[in-house]
Design a protein around this ligand. Structure first.
Ligand SMILES: NC(=[NH2+])NCCC[C@H](N)C(=O)O
Length: 304
């Protein structure tokens, strides 16, 4: 039996699911896109190829290997995009939650049955149907669970809004001993620079007390300021709109000291090194075209 354990975003990683780009299918039709950045690349004829994305994910797998992390991969489903494992499930403490994800992506979950079979079935939880939730919006941070959400009455119009207010209530009920803190995110179906698809597209903690953050991703200014106050201004790396679009906030922590990042994120990678982090740089710019990056491609199972 596998003992799940996740309390935060950065403690030393022992086991993780890493998605796969194998057999991710043909270039989607514009009407099949479920995020504006993919749509942009479908229309421009620059949608990433499977071969390029497989190479990028192999580089990620190699970094895990180097750091002694056990990596599970999903079964390959024919013509199914399984790159972003983050969203299909998430672990908090010793429980795995089966996300009620965008219906277009539901098939992705069945492919991790090999991992699910190692987990005590009592520790696998499916929220009720009205709870819409994706792992990209859920960040356990010690006493807190930080959650990206969208609660506008036009929620159903946004294919980019994935976590609703029922999800926030659900997490509060599941974890009465934690503080569940929701953040209202800016959504756009058509403009990727004005869209925080998930919380991890505009914010992520690194190390023990630092964070990467983009103000415009947040709809409510006080909620953005809460994060600035919580981490402290001097511990925040504020990114620009263009950097959010490049997915700067979607790096991935293997430990409080080691961060995996994209090789072209020069400004961020320099800051990280200056703060004392070891930065493992890999190429991930093709996958970035689908509005997801390194955190999105992983689903941590065990951290110290
Ligand atoms: N955790 C994340 N930010 N995941 C990104 C998922 C991207 C994917 N194109 C989608 O729209 O679902």
């Amino acid at each position: 039996m596998m003992q799940l354990h996740i309390e935060n975003e950065t403690s030393p990683l022992k086991a993780v699911i890493l998605g796969t780009a194998e057999s991710c299918g043909p270039v989607p039709k514009p009407e099949e896109a479920y995020d504006p950045k993919s749509l942009e690349h479908i229309l421009a004829g620059t949608y990433p190829t499977e071969a390029d994305m497989v190479k990028e994910m192999d580089a990620f797998a190699q970094v895990f290997q180097k750091h002694g992390v056990t990596v599970y991969r999903p079964d390959v489903l024919i013509d199914c995009n399984q790159i972003f494992s983050r969203d299909i499930a998430f672990v908090i403490e010793d429980k795995l939650f089966h996300s009620n994800i965008l219906p277009d992506r539901e098939r992705e979950f069945e492919a991790i049955h090999g991992v699910l079979e190692k987990i005590d079935p009592n520790k696998i939880i499916r929220p009720p149907q009205e709870v819409h939730i994706e792992g990209g919006d859920v960040m356990p941070w010690n006493d807190y669970i930080l959650v990206g959400t969208y609660t506008g009455t036009d929620y159903p119009d946004f294919i980019t809004a994935r976590t609703n207010k029922e999800a926030v209530e659900f997490l509060k009920a599941q974890f009465p001993h934690k503080k569940v803190k929701p953040f209202e995110l800016r959504k756009s179906n058509t403009n990727a620079k004005e869209n925080a698809l998930h919380l991890d597209c505009c914010f992520q903690p690194v190390g023990k007390d630092k964070a990467i953050l983009h103000k415009n991703g947040f709809l409510v200014e006080e909620e953005y300021h809460w994060l600035v106050d919580y981490f402290g201004k001097e511990n925040i790396f504020e990114i620009t709109k263009e950097e959010m679009y490049q997915m700067y906030s979607n790096v991935f922590s293997i430990s409080p000291e080691v961060v995996v990042s994209e090789q072209n994120f020069t400004r961020l990678n320099n800051w990280l090194r200056k703060q004392g982090f070891t930065v493992e740089e890999i190429p991930y710019a093709e996958i970035a075209k689908q509005e997801g990056l390194l955190r999105c491609s992983t689903m941590p199972l065990i951290r110290d």
